[in-house]
Design a protein around this ligand. Structure first.
Ligand code: F6R
Length: 233
């Protein structure tokens, strides 16, 4: 695992942008994408760039259960707003948060990832170390599933909704085992509230208490942080 720490999230995002540009220019076709506050600057850099993703495929990590693609807080909507309207991919996949048939939806998503193995996966990290929405305690070999958000994640995500009650309590998420199959991974972490999770990840101890810690076993991971997220190292 490689750790790169930058003085600001802007500079860190610029570095991530460079890595994505290099990957695209050297033929990477399948990108795994994340949502949330962390990749917003990265997506802004991509929007403003001349990069062309029209021959590439994107596969997102997760989607809130119960939200339609048109819901302004859904991850479908987020991706359109932050990336896809400006930079359309050939095909973009996200879990269907409105599919109540969990068995069918999780099988469908795993089949997509099997058909298009992820070459470069972008990850954020939760304050509790979650990756995707795989909360502490999730088995490391988990596949795509319907997961329950912990109280701390609901609280952290409350800032995107008008009240805590509005935050969906469940989401479809790619599993940890699924994420680990990506050929290479870039994990972004910005801000002091991520420092504890990054400390756990960088300690090298692999424990389901910090789901991100399994990344220590992946052959090609780059952790990109600002100084605040690396402040406990
Ligand atoms: C988002 C995702 C989550 C977020 C994490 C951090 O698709 O899978 O793991 O990356 O919750 O969220 P932010 O970036 O909002 O702090």
């Amino acid at each position: 695992m490689k750790l790169l720490t930058f003085p600001s999230s802007e500079l860190a995002s610029q570095h991530a942008f460079q890595m994505i540009q290099n990957a695209l220019e050297s033929g990477t076709k399948v990108f795994g994408l994340a949502t949330g506050g962390t990749p917003e600057q990265l997506y802004a850099l991509i929007r403003e760039s001349s990069l062309d993703f029209s021959q590439a495929i994107s596969i997102n990590l997760d989607e809130y259960y119960g939200l339609s693609p048109e819901h302004p807080k859904s991850y479908h909507y987020y991706m359109k707003q932050h990336l896809f309207t400006a930079k359309p991919f050939k095909t973009s996949y996200l879990p269907d948060g409105q599919n109540p048939n969990v068995e069918e939806e999780t099988r469908r998503y795993e089949a997509i990832i099997e058909q298009f193995p992820i070459e470069l996966q972008i990850l954020g990290i939760g304050e509790n170390g979650h990756i995707g929405f795989n909360e502490p305690g999730t088995p490391f070999d988990s596949k795509t599933s319907l997961v329950s958000l912990t109280e701390s994640t609901i609280q952290a995500n409350q800032r995107y909704f008008s009240s805590k009650e509005e935050v969906p309590k469940q989401a479809y998420s790619m599993g940890i085992g699924t994420i680990m199959k990506a050929k290479s991974i870039i994990l972004l972490a910005f801000g002091e509230n991520k420092a504890e999770a990054i400390k756990g990840l960088m300690s090298g101890e692999i424990t389901t208490d910090n789901p991100s810690s399994i990344l220590n076993q992946h052959p090609d991971v780059t952790i990109i942080t600002d100084e605040a997220a690396a402040s406990l190292l």
